[in-house]
Design a protein around this ligand. Structure first.
Ligand SMILES: Nc1ncnc2c1ncn2[C@@H]1O[C@H](COP(=O)(O)OP(=O)(O)OP(=O)(O)O)[C@@H](O)[C@H]1O
Ligand SMILES: [Mg+2]
Length: 284
């Protein structure tokens, strides 16, 4: 290995997939990755759960630094599976996922699930501190970061409340804060607002836009809602019925996000294009 290559070892990823009992090693090097701003590089990804259940097939997707990409597709098409593969919570059957420039450290990937999964016996503040405790940070540092994250999601004054005293939207804010407190480089969200009423969801959408854009977070967001995907994203990727493949994608043409955007003709037209792609994916 040359000195130059050695300097770039951080950009070289070796993936081991334990399909059956055979170990297949796939190496993704810098030359496979077209831009130094790519933070997620998915190549020829397949995930098979059994002979009959192929969740994903032939997935190729790059996500750039600071980009907000939404994944939409019918139920069971493999969206959650894809997110878990990106987070290495599961292994592909073949193909690979590289995360160039994302540190291989605890907390560098933030994962927000559909349910807030708060610990009922801990206060809001102590729920947010939990992962910092696991990282053995000092009490002062934990306190400072948890307070800051709770302020970010608009929960000042609720630090000492227990989860049972919170609304669904507030619980989801705690869940966001619990992830943000880790200062992730890559933010993965799996239908985080699916169970919320429309107004709360729209408010959280605005907060999420502000949070991700102000910190330049690279974000992959799964949703069933076409309008949510179009509102939040720089790019919407549409996945077909199982086995999930990428049907198409669209770059979202808006710079500013404000709730009046949803009433504009351009927004409505963009949603219609995505809906049409979804139908195409269901008819494949
Ligand atoms: N651990 C598993 N074992 C076996 N099959 C699984 C497993 N996880 C997911 N599947 C199957 O893989 C397919 C994709 O599931 P996945 O949860 O990724 O879909 P999804 O697009 O997230 O659906 P939804 O929109 O309903 O959340 C489904 O057919 C599901 O039954
Ligand atoms: Mg899912």
């Amino acid at each position: 290995m040359t000195a130059n290559q050695a300097a770039h070892t951080v950009d070289i990823f070796i993936y081991e997939s334990n399909v059956g009992h055979a170990i297949e090693k796939v190496v993704v090097t810098d030359s496979d990755i077209r831009s130094d701003r790519i933070r997620v590089a998915i190549r020829d990804l397949e995930k098979r759960f059994s002979k009959d259940v192929v969740a994903l097939r032939g997935i190729n997707l790059d996500v750039q630094e600071g980009e907000f990409v939404s994944l939409v597709g019918p139920s069971g098409c493999g969206k959650s599976t894809l997110l878990k593969l990106v987070a290495e919570l599961d292994y592909p059957t073949s193909g690979n996922v590289a995360r160039p420039g994302i540190a291989d450290l605890p907390g560098s990937i933030g994962f927000v699930f559909q349910d807030a999964h708060l610990l009922p016996w801990r206060t809001v503040h102590r729920n947010v501190e939990l992962l910092l405790e696991i990282q053995n940070l000092s009490v002062n540092e934990r306190h400072r970061r948890a307070k800051e994250a709770l302020a970010h999601v608009g929960l000042e004054g609720f630090e000492d409340a227990y989860p049972r005293q919170l609304s669904g939207g507030m619980k989801m804010r705690v869940s966001l804060a619990r992830t943000l407190v880790l200062n992730p480089q890559l933010f993965l969200l799996d239908e985080p607002f699916g169970a919320l009423d429309e107004i709360t969801r729209e408010k959280l959408n605005d907060d999420l836009v502000e949070l991700t854009r102000s910190s330049g977070l690279t974000t992959l967001f799964v949703t069933h809602s076409v309008s949510e995907a179009v509102y939040l994203s720089n790019r919407v990727v549409v996945i077909s019925d199982r086995p999930g493949t990428i049907v198409d994608e669209i770059s979202v043409p808006f710079n500013e996000r404000h709730r009046s955007l949803r009433n504009t003709q351009e927004f409505v037209n963009t949603c219609a294009v995505v809906t049409e792609m979804l139908y195409r994916g269901m008819e494949k």
